[in-house]
Design a protein around this ligand. Structure first.
Ligand code: ADP
Ligand code: MG
Length: 278
């Protein structure tokens, strides 16, 4: 069953200068995501991944095309309807340093969305305990500030905040890209566990094909504002049809092949490893 359906989406950013043409960041993108599914969006920097994620969140300037969520079009909602939709569509960004308010305790950060949606204080406190447990943080984490946590733990706080209102869809934009390899693996596995427990759907953006391959049911490959390939994750990442995907697969994250093999082995070992809080 389809939860989100993007059809022929065009996004243009204005450019400076007299008579200059707007820059077309998305050139007619189509994509669907089923309930409970993870669709990975992969592509090199500047290919339009963040623009697409932000379009789903109502933050990109949509020129034409449609975004259908459940049974309605959401590409040009008014401010109030958009706020209501925040119950259903949430986001986790790459950098929890900038996405978590440093002046608030973790409890305050987690209660914000709950109180904004009218949850009574006692129910909010109970929900916060539940959320901390769900993301593998200790109960007393609530009294502490973001700076007191490691990068991986901070990302757990950001995930807990995204989950607070029991959304149907979470847009994850490079959520593990700032973390070291073993922490990446644990946070990815946490996201998978949460999906199994709650049935939440992910649009998962990353420039890193191995990350996308690990978490996604289906993978869409973006190149210069277009989806050039979209299909079963294993299929796309092991025997891609499009030449660009092959280039992406062959692209070396590090130039030295020995170092590359080491990295791959470390990641595979880490992914096979234990849960434990990152
Ligand atoms: N707010 C903006 N204004 C103008 N151009 C932008 C803006 N955001 C992104 N772009 C441009 O759109 C293209 C796609 O960017 P982005 O969606 O961030 O790609 P990705 O997330 O794949 O790296 C890039 O060329 C980028 O420079
Ligand atoms: Mg991006």
């Amino acid at each position: 069953m389809t939860l989100l359906e993007i059809d022929s989406l065009v996004v243009e950013y204005p450019t400076r200068g007299f008579r200059s043409q707007p820059f077309r960041a998305l050139k007619g993108v189509s994509l669907d995501i089923r309930r409970g599914e993870t669709v990975g969006l992969v592509g090199e920097s500047g290919s339009g991944k963040t623009t697409l994620g932000r379009a789903v969140l109502g933050l990109s300037p949509v020129t034409s095309g449609t975004i259908r969520f459940e049974d309605r079009e959401i590409q040009d909602l008014g401010r109030r309807q958009r706020r209501e939709l925040a119950r259903d569509i949430q986001v986790v960004f790459q950098d929890p340093y900038s996405s978590l308010n440093p002046a608030l305790t973790v409890s305050d950060i987690l209660s914000e969305p709950l109180l904004a949606q009218g949850t009574p204080a006692a129910a909010a406190r109970a929900r916060i305990r539940e959320l901390l447990d769900q993301v593998g943080l200790p109960t007393d984490a609530g009294d502490r500030f973001p700076r007191e946590f490691s990068g991986g733990q901070r990302q757990r706080v950001a995930i807990a905040r995204a989950l607070a209102l029991r959304p149907k869809l979470i847009v994850c934009d490079e959520p593990v890209s700032a973390l070291d390899l073993s922490t990446q693996a644990r946070v990815l596995d946490l996201l998978i566990d949460i999906q199994e427990a709650t049935g939440v759907t992910y649009l998962f953006v990353s420039h890193d094909l191995s990350v996308v391959r690990h978490i996604s049911h289906r993978v869409a490959v973006m190149y210069r504002g277009e989806v050039v390939e979209f299909g079963d994750g294993d299929q796309v990442t092991s025997s891609p049809e499009h030449p660009y995907t092959r280039t992406l697969l062959g692209a070396a994250p590090v130039a030295d092949p020995a170092r590359q093999r080491e990295r791959r082995e470390a990641r595979e070992a880490a992914l096979a490893g234990t849960d434990g809080a990152a």
